[in-house]
Design a protein around this ligand. Structure first.
Ligand code: FMN
Length: 306
């Protein structure tokens, strides 16, 4: 069965990739299966300098997912280029670099450095992170800031740019329009939803950071709704994510309007999940009467306007 998909200039052999931050830089997972089977690999966020992340505890379980406040721990863009990318170079599968920062200058510097590396085929812009220098405005929640950042990155990067949208907004369509207008080549959605847990014994938040990002099956209906909304106003390729654990979930995301999907939290439960989803996808598509992935995309759900 034909599972290949084109995301603009990017050709994938199938629509399944690990989500940023849930697959490291791939090395550990290569001990479990051949990473060439993946549609693409999205690596952990890169920042200008190495970051050690937030204080522990920085992960907590929830009824249908997890909360994390890792705090963008990573070896910094130079460390990633020197120590992590050589391993990925030998793979015959596109590598997408996830870019983060605290200021526009940092984002631009990181995106430019990664864009100059031939191993990297696309950039994913993580705009759901800390504040701008002057204080207070989140990149992922203010459409004007998101637009400016997207424009600046397009100026220095020749690689396809996927902007990863935060669900922590009232108007996801407004955010999508803003970044499309600024030149985004695609969208990734969604990132985590801000959440919190409190320990009844100490009466304090369980995470040292206070709040964290909720991911896993709990957020899937939010992701489906947002992708469905955004698909109605744009033809940009969409990489969908949020709680995917089964091939039925993949089908649902594509029917909502995604072109490809990323699997995040499920990798922590089962390191083989991406491989298994790829292996099982043809059977699930057949079960629902499809002969190819393209047929699913054509059968997109368009009835509901939100
Ligand atoms: C532990 C952890 C670390 C993450 N790190 C990143 C990151 O570095 N950059 C990013 O854009 N998203 C990051 N995310 C968000 C995921 O890529 C994904 O968007 C989100 O978890 C929703 O998918 P899921 O429900 O399948 O996990 C992280 C998520 C988790 C759980």
């Amino acid at each position: 069965m034909k599972l290949n998909v084109n995301l603009g200039e990017l050709s994938l052999k199938n629509p399944v990739m690990p989500a940023s931050g849930c697959f490291g830089f791939g090395k550990e997972f290569s001990e479990f299966y051949d990473l060439n089977q993946l549609g693409a690999i999205v690596i952990k966020a890169a920042t200008g300098e190495p970051r050690y992340g937030n204080e522990t505890p920085r992960v907590a379980e929830t009824a249908a997912g997890m909360l994390n406040a890792i705090g963008l721990q990573n070896p910094g863009v130079d460390g990633i280029i020197e120590r992590e990318l050589p391993f990925l170079e030998s793979l015959d599968t596109p590598v997408i670099a996830n870019v983060a920062g605290s200021t526009i200058e940092e984002y631009v510097m990181v995106a430019e450095k990664l864009s100059n590396v031939s191993t990297i085929e696309a950039i994913e812009l993580n705009i759901s992170c800390p504040n701008v220098k002057e204080g207070g405005i989140q990149f992922g929640t203010d459409p004007e800031v998101a637009q400016e950042l997207t424009k600046e990155i397009k100026r220095v990067s020749g690689k396809p740019l996927f902007v990863k949208l935060s669900p922590n907004v009232a108007d996801i369509v407004g955010m999508a329009k803003a970044v499309e207008h600024a030149g985004a080549d695609g969208l990734s959605m969604i990132n985590t939803l801000t959440g919190m847990r409190i320990d009844p014994h100490t009466k304090k938040p369980i995470l040292a950071n206070g709040t964290g990002g909720l991911s896993g099956p709990a957020i899937k209906p939010v992701a489906i709704r947002m992708i469905h909304q955004v698909r109605q106003i744009t033809d940009l390729p969409i990489i969908g994510m949020g709680g995917i654990t089964t091939t039925e979930d993949i089908l649902e995301f594509i029917l909502a309007g995604a072109d490809a999907i990323a699997v995040g939290t499920a990798n922590f439960q089962d390191p083989l999940v991406c491989k298994n989803l790829i292996d099982q996808l043809p059977n699930t598509l057949r079960k629902y009467g499809y002969e190819s992935l393209q047929e699913v995309r054509e059968a997109r759900c368009t009835q509901v306007s939100i």
